[in-house]
Design a protein around this ligand. Structure first.
Ligand code: PGA
Ligand code: ZN
Length: 402
């Protein structure tokens, strides 16, 4: 049993250059953990707020005054007690006083130090009951960015390669091949344009949502034909971001909920989508349920903004059969204890989970351990960019230890 003797929180920046924090935790025997809080751009309305009023500087002050004295000296092994102390100091329902970003960094850093103290790999310390850690997530890798992650791009926020293989190296190889093929297709289509990459490392180009999906689906097909790797198209629409006054608003037209449903069912059929995240507004449980009823046997219907990793929101989703999968982001709820409660509830309902990065992220690899420990169906971590590759490489390390 070791106690926390060192504890610090410092200001750093994420992959978008936005301010965030990282925590460092150590016990008296030299076991250390360090982790930062990622940050979203298309945040769900029900996520915990990342920072107190006044932002990171106020968060750091509060940490010194209120959190540090309470956390120092605590037993490192007591994960629940550590996370409960974060809630107790905060005193609100949703970390609005200390900030969800602070809670996330402290919860994660302690977990990493704890695994060190226990002498086990991180994924093993996070293993859910009944699992042995042999499951490998498919890669949900962003190839084309839109929405809030790419100015001038499509309305749909993310166009993914869904790459699965019993061999992690093949899953990674497949995702990268699709990313490359999408880039080649875009360069061929826009020979005069300088193309770039968006917040999650996918390409940015002046294409519409349907056009983007056509390019992605063709790229997947080419890679399948050339390599026989299992790569298929998937989407995160982040539809709340283009839902206004009861309609889903595209560049030159808009759709009501029925129209959006019919449009998306056609896309699933025509392109063989294997993954559809946030197809409707974050409050539209009924639209989600209707869509899952129609295509849930063929594709993962994944809820992100609708659940925001909250077990209470998920409970409603399960009761209404709103989807068959839930996206998991630690910083949407602020602690690993809360996050695993949501994972365990999803598993009990027979739903899958997808462990996810944020659009503003850090070059850290813990998410790969999380996906393996939680038995997640998918690891959604992008493909290119240092903060994205960090997670893919960590998954490769977990799959093939030295
Ligand atoms: P965010 O986007 O990190 O900007 O919220 C990711 C997502 O919607 O899945
Ligand atoms: Zn999403």
């Amino acid at each position: 049993m070791s106690r926390v003797v060192e504890l610090s929180l410092r200001a750093i920046v994420d992959s978008r250059g936005s301010p965030t924090v990282e925590a460092e935790v150590a016990d008296g025997e030299g076991h250390r953990g360090r982790a930062g809080a990622p940050g979203g751009a298309s945040t769900g309305a029900h996520e915990v707020p990342a920072w107190p009023k006044g932002g990171v500087p106020v968060a750091l002050e509060q940490f010194q005054k209120e959190l540090r004295p309470v956390l120092l000296g605590r037993e490192l092994e007591d994960a629940r007690g550590w996370d409960a102390a974060l809630h107790a100091v905060d005193g609100t329902e949703e970390f609005s006083r200390i900030g969800g970003g602070v809670a996330t960094a402290l919860s994660l850093a302690a977990a990493i130090a704890r695994a060190e103290a226990l002498g086990v790999p991180l994924w093993k310390s996070w293993l859910r009951p009944g699992l042995d850690g042999s499951g490998r997530p498919m890669i949900v890798g962003n190839c084309l960015n839109g929405g809030r992650h790419a100015i001038g791009g499509p309305e749909f926020q993310e166009f993914h390669a869904i790459s699965s293989s019993p061999k992690t190296a093949d899953a990674v190889r497949g995702a990268i091949a699709v990313h490359r093929a999408v880039g080649e297709a875009l360069h061929a289509k826009f020979p005069e344009l300088a193309l770039g990459r968006g917040d999650e490392g996918g390409w940015v180009a002046p294409v519409g949502s349907l056009e983007g999906l056509e390019i992605l689906a063709r790229a997947c097909e080419e890679v399948r034909d050339a390599t026989h790797l299992a790569v298929h198209p998937g989407l995160d629409l982040a539809a709340s971001e283009f839902f206004n006054d009861g309609r889903y608003r595209y560049r030159d037209h808009s759709l009501d909920a029925e129209g959006q449903h019919a449009f998306l069912v056609r896309l699933v059929e025509r392109f063989g989508l294997r993954y559809v995240e946030d197809p409707f507004d974050e409050e539209a449980f009924d639209s989600f349920a209707q869509f899952t009823h129609a295509v849930g046997d063929r594709t993962l219907v994944v809820g992100d903004d609708i659940y925001t990793t909250s077990v209470a929101r998920l409970e409603r989703g399960i009761a209404e059969r709103a989807s068959n999968s839930v996206l998991i982001k630690v910083n949407q709820v602020g602690t690993l204890t809360d996050t695993f409660a949501t994972v365990d509830r999803a598993r009990a309902a027979g739903w899958s989970t997808v462990a996810s990065h944020r659009s503003g992220d850090l070059p850290e690899g813990w998410l790969a351990h999380f996906a393996v420990g939680a038995g997640s169906r998918g690891l959604k971590c992008g493909i290119l960019g240092g903060e994205r590759v960090a997670k893919l490489n960590e998954l490769l390390r977990v799959a093939a230890p030295a």
